[in-house]
Design a protein around this ligand. Structure first.
Ligand code: ADP
Ligand code: ZN
Length: 528
């Protein structure tokens, strides 16, 4: 074991000789020294920050074999190949191996002929693997994607909960947990659940200055997307996230029909197709992956030039992680999200109808509200995003609100009109009405449904002709985002909340964001 004074040269020497890099990035060196000396560490670094070296170099400097726990079974082969290519002795054990290959890796582990052994979390729970680990010498445990232990996150893996036993069973072995999920809540949860209470925390800045954040009003999402690809990212590799498998398929088809090399990726495709699409995305230039959030964790493709969301992410954590897959090479990249009223209604409904106890639903709602606040903000998007992760930052000059500051307007009267409409409808308890119907009433449209329910005789009928339909939908969306309005039940019925009364009683003003005027496109008629 090296002493503290000669560690730095050893770490730096290894970085240069084995990995071929000149210098450490950020606090890599501090983490490496701490873990090499036997300390526990919790490392929070954005995607692309260089987390892997934080355990790979200690693995080379310490005696024995480093055990790396990773949920990314599909990527283990790639990780091991990359290490083998630079002369590091690495192997993995997971369900994809046949008996002979597994035996060979096990033998190498016991004989200490490996520097790193990658394991799936579920493997650690088995007696066979625990017995194997007892027979070898473990230099350290690295727990990658440690946020998977968080039950609130969308990457939750129940097998991660059992990882607290590492500390009990092998108390003398240092542990390093790593994640790109940054909130202090997640950090605290990782600490507790993995029993990392005495670990040193290394928290990097989560700013990704080369990513330009943009959130656009959703009009014709596929057309808007195509314009983005054609105008700004022709021939570039990118990822497009959609909520449902059906939207993934339709969007990929649409792009292919329009000459884009696009591939679908979702959990409904068979494993062979998924692997093939992933390989093409990684190896070929300019492939656009249209995917559900099942795609992307651990994908190390440096030149992803854009990440587009056609549906609203469920949380700022998810949004940050997904957009973080853009521009890992540090060159300019775009994070673009199309967001509309339907997204809010849909997400609220998903939460209301979700399984789980009220506390869980409340938690989901809180996460969604933070995401909505990011969409509706008139502040710098980056400043708001970093704020969410506990960092303060000045306006960035490289996001849509900085580049084209949105105006805000006093929407108190509009909000009162809308809320009164909902109040009147709410009294007809037998019937429930959604946003579209409310807007029709405000605009004074005598639709069949309105005539059928005699809503043309309501006093609020036609009192909102000063705003357009799009503007009214904006009002609904923003009131939902602020919690001044709620969505109930399976049909997206609008309902008043406890705070609605403050607006109706004129005790509260409502400032709303005016959408930046739509860029004129000469080829198309206005409003198309
Ligand atoms: P993360 O796991 O944090 O997303 P990685 O460990 O995959 O990031 O590293 C991202 C990229 O940066 C990789 O291609 C890696 O080889 C490279 N990298 C990491 N550390 C350094 C460094 N000190 N100098 C140069 N490149 C580095
Ligand atoms: Zn900005």
């Amino acid at each position: 074991m090296s002493s503290p004074t000669d560690q730095q040269p050893a770490a730096l020497e290894t970085l240069r000789r084995v990995f071929g890099y000149d210098a450490f990035r950020g606090f890599q060196q501090e983490v490496i020294e701490h873990v090499t000396a036997g300390g526990d560490a919790l490392v929070l670094m954005p995607t692309g920050g260089g987390k892997s070296l934080c355990y790979q170099i200690p693995a080379l400097l310490r005696d024995g074999v480093a055990v790396v726990v990773s949920p990314l079974i599909a990527l283990m082969q790639d990780q091991v190949d990359a290490l083998t290519a630079v002369g590091v002795r690495a192997g993995f054990l997971n369900s994809t191996l046949d008996v002979d290959a597994r035996r060979a890796v096990e033998r190498a582990f016991v004989a200490r002929e490996l520097d790193l052994l990658y394991l799936a979390p579920e493997a650690l729970g088995t007696r066979g693997v625990q017995h194997l680990l007892d027979q070898g010498r473990i230099s350290l445990f690295a727990i990658d994607e440690a946020h998977c232990v968080s039950q609130w996150g969308h990457d939750f893996r129940p097998d991660y909960l059992a990882l607290s036993m590492l500390h009990e069973r092998w108390p003398g072995v240092p542990r390093i947990a790593l994640t790109a999920t940054a909130t202090s809540a997640t950090r605290a949860e990782i600490s507790t659940r993995l029993q990392l209470t005495s670990a040193r925390h290394f928290v990097a800045s989560f700013d990704r200055p080369n990513i330009q954040y943009r959130i656009a009003a959703k009009r014709e999402p596929k057309r808007q997307l195509l314009a983005l690809l054609r105008d700004e990212h022709p021939g570039d590799a990118g990822i497009i996230y959609c909520l449902s498998r059906a939207t993934v398929e339709k969007t990929a088809e649409f792009l292919v029909d329009n000459g884009v090399t696009a591939l679908p990726y979702h959990a409904g495709l068979d494993a062979v197709t998924r692997a093939r699409h992933q390989q093409r995305f990684l190896r070929e230039d300019g492939v656009v992956m249209v995917a559900t959030i099942a795609f992307g964790m651990g994908i190390d493709k440096p030149d992803v030039r854009f990440v587009a969301h056609l549906d609203l992410p469920k949380s700022v954590e998810g949004y940050y992680q997904e957009t973080g897959r853009a521009g890992r090479d540090g060159l300019p990249a775009t994070a673009w999200l199309a967001y509309g009223l339907t997204d809010v209604v849909q997400q609220r409904r998903l939460i209301d109808t979700s399984e789980g106890d009220p506390a869980h639903r409340r938690n989901l709602a809180t996460h969604l509200e933070a995401m909505l606040a990011l969409c509706e903000t008139v502040r710098c998007r980056r400043a708001q995003l970093l704020d969410y992760f506990g960092e303060t930052a000045p306006a960035c000059g490289n996001c849509d609100t900085c580049l084209q500051p949105p105006e805000s307007w006093d929407g108190t009267i509009a909000a009162q009109k809308l809320l009164s409409t909902i109040y009147r409808l709410d009294r007809e308890r037998s019937q429930r009405f959604g946003a579209g119907h409310c807007v029709d009433i405000l605009l004074g449209r005598a639709t069949d449904k309105i005539q059928q329910h005699r809503h043309d005789s309501l006093t609020v009928f036609g009192i909102g002709t000063d705003l357009s339909e799009a503007e009214w939908r904006g009002v609904v969306r923003q009131l939902l985002a602020e919690g001044l309005l709620a969505v109930e039940g399976d049909y997206g019925t609008l309902a008043l909340t406890d705070t609605s009364a403050e607006v109706l009683g004129r005790r509260r003003t409502v400032m709303l964001r005016r959408e930046p005027a739509r860029k004129a496109r000469p080829a198309k008629p206005r409003g198309a």
